[in-house]
Design a protein around this ligand. Structure first.
Ligand SMILES: Cc1ncc(C[n+]2csc(CCOP(=O)(O)OP(=O)(O)O)c2C)c(N)n1
Ligand SMILES: [Mg+2]
Length: 312
């Protein structure tokens, strides 16, 4: 896909088919680059009055928060003044090749809060909330809230009967939880367990509408890595490819044709209209490719002898 000019592994202003606002790379860069963008915009606005307006969004991985550059930025007093900065943390409990045993989301949230950021948490989606709203459902919520990451992650790979076996656990609420899981049908149970807030567009929409632009904002959006794919939630699913059979199964589920994967929505359909309007909204003027300035290979000052500040 990359070689054919498709989406790159990292957003790239030079290589992506559609213009992107920031080229990123290693973890940490995408979090902090828009902060520099916000500072630069303010400078341009102060100096020339042409900086424009608008938010600076970053999508940040939860394991990306391990990067030192992230915390240098969060602690910087100037950053707490940048109300246009919004980070959305994709909280999938997974890093490159493992389920992070203790992501301590509440500790992270307190650290942002202490640095003057607005903290918004989007934890559960509607299907999960409906499960919690059933009689006895608060016991299910408590159990999931208190569960360690690896145990929750294991539930994502279970069918309904395995869920009914594992979910009650061994605590005092086991009976109540078993009763709730007995009352819902298989498909509802399996779907509800993986229904985290980051996959619920209306929950995300509500969260984004509460952003207060007077200070930077971080949205902790709980998700499942590889949501909707056969590999979802699997600890080794980073960059993993689907088998041909899995692609066919996915295509059937999406109403797509695996032999014609690039087929567009029919002209005039609601979907085609939505795509067209979105493309229009996101369009950017093309970025001119400039040739690199030539650099001298010799600056005429060949060092001779040795000089050091470290020796007497
Ligand atoms: C500076 C740096 N260190 C290490 C890596 C290797 N690396 C690639 S992805 C990744 C973890 C990604 O986890 P997360 O940010 O949670 O994103 P997810 O894959 O869960 O979406 C790491 C450590 C990197 N790309 N950059
Ligand atoms: Mg992650």
């Amino acid at each position: 896909m990359r070689e054919f000019g498709g989406l790159q592994s990292y957003p790239s202003r030079a290589k992506d088919p559609d213009p992107v606002d920031y080229s990123t790379g290693s973890v940490g860069i995408g979090a902090t680059a828009p902060i520099w963008g916000a500072i630069a915009r303010r400078y341009v606005d102060n100096a020339f009055g042409t900086g424009g307006t608008g938010r600076q969004y970053s999508l940040v991985g939860d394991a990306e928060l391990d990067e030192g550059a992230v915390w240098e930025a969060v602690l910087d007093p100037a950053v707490s003044q940048l109300g246009e900065v919004v980070w959305i943390v994709d909280l999938n409990r997974q890093s490159l090749d493992r389920v992070v045993p203790n992501i301590a989301a509440d500790k992270l949230q307190r650290m942002f809060d202490a640095a003057g950021w607005q903290v918004i948490v989007v934890k559960y989606g509607q299907a999960m909330e409906q499960l919690f709203a059933r009689p006895g459902g608060c016991a299910v919520r408590r159990r999931i809230d208190e569960m360690a990451n690896p145990e929750y992650q294991r539930l994502l790979r279970c069918n309904a009967s395995e869920l009914r076996h594992r979910l009650p656990g061994a605590g005092p609420d086991a009976g109540a939880i078993a009763r709730v899981t007995a009352e819902v049908d298989d498909a509802t149970l399996v779907q509800a367990i993986a229904n985290l807030g980051g996959h619920d567009l209306s929950a995300l929409d509500r969260a984004l509408s509460t952003i207060d632009d007077s200070r930077p904002t971080v949205v902790f959006a709980y998700t499942v890595k590889g949501y909707g794919l056969a590999t979802h939630g699997h600890p080794q699913n980073h960059s993993s490819l689907l088998t041909d059979d899995q692609v066919r199964e996915l295509a059937v589920r999406l109403g797509a044709d695996p032999d014609d994967p690039w087929r567009q929505f029919p002209d005039g359909s609601v979907e085609a209209e939505l795509c067209r309007n979105t493309a229009k909204r996101l369009a950017r003027s093309p970025i001119p490719v400039r040739s690199a300035p030539s650099l001298p290979s010799d600056i005429g000052r060949t060092p001779a002898g040795m000089a050091t500040t470290q020796l007497r």
